[in-house]
Design a protein around this ligand. Structure first.
Ligand SMILES: NC(=O)c1ccc[n+]([C@@H]2O[C@H](COP(=O)([O-])OP(=O)(O)OC[C@H]3O[C@@H](n4cnc5c(N)ncnc54)[C@H](OP(=O)(O)O)[C@@H]3O)[C@@H](O)[C@H]2O)c1
Length: 238
């Protein structure tokens, strides 16, 4: 046994953490980069253009993350987080994400995305649209409902009395479990809310949007959704 092995606690996880890529180096992308670095992941991050355009902001807001191109993020990461304006989802390098786990943190925001009937259709969640655009990827919704300040200040160790929860949704059970573990590692309690179709409960317009709640309260809010105005409108449209 080496000295390093001898010093290591028996329960310590020594397996290499995956490389996590982030598409979008704005408010939420840089916060997620910081959280992931703190959790021990390697992080690649890209904006819409050349890495030099985001190098300074990445150095200041997420030191240790590597600024690169969107193509390189997609190619070199085993998990890719979408943190760009939803209205630009068709600019994501879809083919390079084939076979990958993709976490959709995006929301429709008309002030940013313009008025888009396709992104505001209660019959279909926006993550279903993203999944349809990325047919070779396994898309899971996560990290979209909490504001970036709350995300930044939220991480707590597992079991902490004031730990907050992140709602997650997906169609692939294994990917959902992977993302649940990922959310927990970053410092939040994962709360599965159903399939990608069900993820409309986490979108703007739902009372859950903006939620910065502990797991039990988040679950209560999910259960109460059908009786809300938005829940009734979604059910009627579907
Ligand atoms: N703000 C929040 O509190 C919050 C919380 C949860 C989720 N979200 C969601 O997260 C997404 C980003 O929000 P934000 O507030 O972080 O926006 P933001 O500050 O405006 O940042 C958007 C980033 O996306 C980049 N981008 C645009 N097209 C891209 C592409 N094709 N590939 C890679 N990067 C691209 C932009 O790069 P350029 O500057 O080069 O265009 C910019 O770095 C939105 O969908 C939002 O709804 C936001």
């Amino acid at each position: 046994m080496s000295d390093a092995d001898a010093r290591r606690a028996p329960h310590e996880d020594t397996s290499p953490r995956p490389v996590v890529g982030i598409l979008g180096a704005g408010k939420v992308g840089t916060v997620l980069a910081r959280l992931l670095l703190a959790a021990g992941y390697r992080v690649l991050i890209a904006g819409s253009g050349a890495p030099s355009k985001i190098a300074l902001i990445v150095d200041v807001l997420a030191p240790g993350a590597v600024a690169t191109t969107a193509d390189e993020v997609a190619r070199a990461s085993s998990v890719v987080i979408l943190a760009l304006p939803l209205g630009k989802y068709r600019s994501i390098p879809a083919a390079l994400l084939d076979g990958k786990l993709v976490i959709d943190a995006m929301n429709y925001w008309w002030e940013v995305d313009g008025h888009r009937a396709d992104l505001d259709d209660p019959r279909v969640s926006t993550s279903e649209l993203v999944q349809a655009f990325l047919p070779g990827s396994r898309v899971v919704k996560a990290f979209n409902h909490m504001g970036y300040h709350d995300l930044d200040q939220g991480p707590r160790p597992s079991g902490a009395h004031d730990r907050k929860a992140i709602g997650i949704a997906g169609d692939d059970v294994g990917s959902l479990a992977t993302v649940a573990a990922f959310v927990d590692t970053v410092g939040f309690d994962p709360v599965p809310v159903g399939t990608l179709h069900d993820s409309i409960v986490l979108q703007p317009g739902s009372p859950l949007f903006g939620a910065n709640l502990p797991a039990a309260e988040l679950r209560d809010a999910v259960a109460a959704f059908p009786a809300t105005d938005r829940g009734r409108a979604v059910a009627a449209a579907r």
